[in-house]
Write a protein that binds this ligand. Structure first.
Ligand code: NPG
Length: 374
């Protein structure tokens, strides 16, 4: 048995980003997040963050759709089951197809409430083995090579241990060359294409091959999410190790991708795989097969960031994640900011996610609130 939840609050917050974030699929100027708060019967309040974007461009989910499916199809299943334990939530919701980010947010809020009632932190529950995690930063596509070098220089000075460059066809080789030549061979450098390349296009293949000399730590998700076999074929054509993000939607898909040689590294995002508990399973599948993992980012507020940092402290998270400090994203976050110390963030130790939203920030950034009671 778990917590009996009497009501959930769906709260939308819209927080300005310090700098627009451009990927191969969009340019974001704000983080428009959905927070899911749970009110347990005679128990603590839990928080969850849904990482779905405003538009369905990274994956089919989008934040309005996530809020709708949570309210109409997921919460009723929770209410019907009389207080499920967090570990039973994924199974309970499994008849609803897809919507992993929506499901992950609901599982997260229930897990937070449950752990707070037990006095256990996310890190302890998930199996964290470190008190601090190494952090990298994801750099959006910039207008010019000079501008990119400038931006990267700022992040290197801040102490980030790995720089990831967003790329797309036409904004790839010259950007990577510029950064590699400017910062030298010791910079841990990776690229992320967000599925913008195709094996059907010879110019795309040539561009990916042209990245070979730059000793990339990885080339992340060059091809379409569903095309795991295509990544295995591509691995035979390029020297850069392939990392999969969008393609990995469960521990099962991770096992398959590794078995067919589609990737050497996996990016784990709890929202993408349906929750923190499935994320641990992906971690374990990779650990058993000698595949290093790192924690991805979806421009989370301090709520999601706290839980991501706990996850990133598991033993096989051996590469720096997209777990940057709060001020890389927001001038004002909705929690106390996470602050980089020698390229690392400290894993929260308090019960549950270990952070609370600040009342003043919630007030400032909330655009709507809906209470859904039993
Ligand atoms: O630091 O949180 C972060 C952003 C990391 O690059 C990042 N995220 O494809 O991994 C991605 C990308 C992303 C951001 C995807 C927002 C979807 C929405």
């Amino acid at each position: 048995m778990g917590m009996q939840i009497d009501a959930f609050e769906l709260r939308r917050v819209r927080i300005p980003l310090v700098t627009p974030f451009r990927t191969s699929f969009s340019t974001e100027t704000h983080r428009d997040a959905l927070l899911v708060r749970s009110f347990a019967h005679d128990g603590p309040t839990g928080w969850g963050e849904c990482v779905a974007d405003v538009q369905p461009l990274y994956s089919p989910e989008y934040v309005d759709g996530a809020a709708d499916v949570i309210e109409r199809y997921l919460i009723p299943r929770i209410f019907a089951s009389h207080g499920p334990a967090a570990e039973d939530v994924a199974k309970l919701l499994s008849r609803v197809q897809g919507h992993p980010m929506a499901k992950a947010a609901l599982e997260m809020t229930i897990l937070d409430a449950e752990l707070k009632s037990q006095g256990i932190s996310f890190g302890q529950r998930l199996g964290a083995s470190r008190e601090r995690v190494d952090c990298g930063v994801s750099v959006g596509i910039q207008g010019s090579v000079a501008q990119l070098i400038d931006t990267v220089a700022g992040y290197v000075a801040a102490g980030y241990k790995r720089i990831k460059l967003k790329i797309e066809p036409g904004s790839d080789v010259q950007f990577v060359r510029g950064v590699r030549e400017h910062f030298g061979p010791d910079l841990l450098l990776s690229t992320d294409a967000n599925a913008a390349y195709s094996l059907d296009n010879p110019a795309h293949i040539a561009a990916m091959q042209a990245l070979d000399p730059f000793a990339l730590l990885m080339l992340e998700q060059p091809l379409a999410p569903a095309d795991i076999p295509g990544h295995a074929a591509l691995a035979q054509l390029i020297a850069s190790p392939i990392c999969l993000d969008e393609s990995i939607v469960s521990a099962k898909s991770a096992r398959y991708a590794i078995e067919i040689g589609a990737c050497k590294i996996i990016n784990i995002k709890p929202g993408r795989v349906g929750g923190y508990l499935e994320a641990v399973k992906v971690h374990n599948v990779c650990a058993e097969r000698g595949i290093p993992v790192w924690c991805g980012g979806m421009l989370e507020t301090g709520i999601g960031r706290a839980a991501n940092i706990a996850l990133a402290a598991l033993p096989n998270f051996t590469l720096p994640g997209d777990t940057s400090e709060s001020k890389r994203y927001f001038a004002q976050d909705i929690t106390e900011p996470f602050v980089l110390e020698h390229g690392q963030l400290r894993v929260p130790t308090g019960p549950g996610i270990g952070v609370e939203p600040l009342a003043s920030s919630l007030k400032e950034f909330t655009t709507s609130v809906k209470l859904i009671s039993r």
